[in-house]
Design a protein around this ligand. Structure first.
Ligand code: 7TS
Length: 423
């Protein structure tokens, strides 16, 4: 299969294309070429889930058409092929986030399961009464609730790093909160609601000075930023395949070998065992110890293809294009008197949350939908953040590398129409 990117790369004689041709990229995404409600679809809900390029669709289709079988158990050809495809996806993921070893890549359903796995294994083993877990005000519910459940069970305390009005964490306050009671810091890399890119290297550095491990939720980082877990120095990192142009139901939990080895298993079942008798079970080695049951094999294959696709464009080109969209949209929306941008951090990914004076966010979303524009409206699974900001909801436009300036123009026109309707 040839993608738009490969054509361009070939033409420019390099692996990564030199001219960013967004139309050529869009040609790789069949779903984008449709009308909804009689208007061309403008998909600006990428933070909820991203669309899939043909390369991913075809990889999944190819797997089911030619190689489908269960992994790690059959002696027959199809099982060998499926196992090879699954394990190759693991190798690809290792390389993609620059993990030192492939056994540090645990396939999970997504970021949510990654966090729950750490809470239920590392957390239950290492957190006790009076201990503290540190999170930030910006967290998605999936990086709040698993820790609350753990704290409740263990009579531990959840502490929260405050933010400023722009949506940036306060590093001084963070430092003050770190103490000998802190057993783990769990934080988003990029905020889904505001787009804030957290200073995670510094966050890790400060935690490690006190011997505290750090989990980073990278669900919103992977679509926009090159992730290098060794450079970040983090102990755990989670990603969701569907937010980075891969399938739903697949993600990665990275963990340092030393920590993963010492952790008890998460779920019991097939695959995660070495031997089972009614008296005693011994557990498999990494990564299988944490992958009970038949995994999402086709999902892993699709995720590997998504990683290849992202690499074929290159994060530098993605960042430049998305930065342009972010600046362009920010300037235009800011100039509309009734619009207020929510989240104006200095370091931001291409996510814009906003409110319109006198209009509920859900109405903004519904009216934009009439124009074929998909945004998300609500609390974005960050209710505590919304409360801190004194809001119950925002409208959110989140851009991917296939979005265009023309789509931003359409959004801005749509916002003007919303204002007219409520005037
Ligand atoms: N972490 C962050 C920062 C997220 O934005 C999300 C999903 C998750 C974790 C959960 O990911 P999952 O793949 O396990 O579901 N965020 C959103 C959103 O912003 N709109 O819909 C889902």
């Amino acid at each position: 299969m040839t993608t738009g990117r490969q054509n361009l790369a070939r033409r420019s004689g390099s692996d990564v294309k030199t001219v960013y041709d967004v139309q050529e990229i869009r040609a790789d995404f069949p779903i984008l070429h449709q009308t909804v409600r009689g208007k061309p679809l403008i998909y600006l809900d990428n933070a909820a889930t991203s669309q899939k390029p043909k390369a991913v669709l075809e990889a999944v289709n190819h797997f089911y058409t030619h190689d489908n079988s269960n992994v790690h158990r059959g002696v027959h050809v199809l099982s060998e092929r499926a196992t090879r495809a699954f394990e190759q996806a693991r190798l690809r993921a290792r390389q993609f986030i620059n993990a030192p070893e492939a056994r540090e890549i645990i396939f999970v359903r997504g970021s949510t399961e990654g966090v729950n796995l750490v809470a239920q294994t590392y957390g239950r083993q290492n957190v006790g009464p009076g201990d503290e877990i540190l999170i930030s005000t910006l967290e998605h519910h999936s990086n709040i609730v698993p820790w609350q459940m753990l704290c409740e069970e263990k009579q531990a305390r959840l502490r929260v790093i405050p933010i400023n009005d722009e949506g940036e964490i306060l590093l001084d306050e963070y430092e003050k909160l770190l103490s000998e009671k802190t057993k783990l810091v769990a934080m988003i890399h990029v905020s889904n609601s505001l787009g804030t890119i957290n200073p995670v290297r510094r966050v890790v550095e400060l935690a490690h000075l006190r011997g505290v491990p750090v989990l980073l939720d990278g669900a919103q980082a992977a679509p926009h930023l090159k992730i290098d877990v060794q450079e970040l120095g983090c102990d755990f990192y989670t990603i969701s395949g569907h937010k980075m142009f891969g399938p739903t139901g697949i993600g990665v939990l990275y963990g340092r070998t030393e920590l993963l080895d010492a952790m008890p298993p998460y779920q019991g079942g097939g695959e995660m065992i070495r031997s089972v008798s009614f008296e005693k079970t011994t557990y498999n080695q990494l990564p299988h110890k944490f992958e009970a049951g038949t995994p999402n094999i086709s999902g892993a294959v699709g995720l590997g293809a998504a990683m290849n696709y992202i690499s074929s464009i290159g994060y530098e080109a993605i960042a430049a294009h998305e930065h342009d969209l972010l600046e362009y949209a920010t300037a235009q929306l800011t100039s509309i008197p009734k619009v207020r941008l929510v989240g104006t951090a200095r370091q931001k990914a291409s996510v814009i949350s906003f409110t319109i004076e006198g209009v509920h966010a859900h109405d903004v979303g519904t009216i934009l939908d009439q124009d074929g524009i998909a945004v998300r409206a609500g609390h974005h699974c960050t209710q505590p953040l919304m409360e801190r900001l004194g809001l119950d909801a925002t409208a959110r436009a989140s851009f991917a590398f296939y979005n265009t300036r023309e789509e931003v123009d359409a959004l801005v026109e749509g916002v003007h129409r919303v204002i007219e309707v409520f005037d």
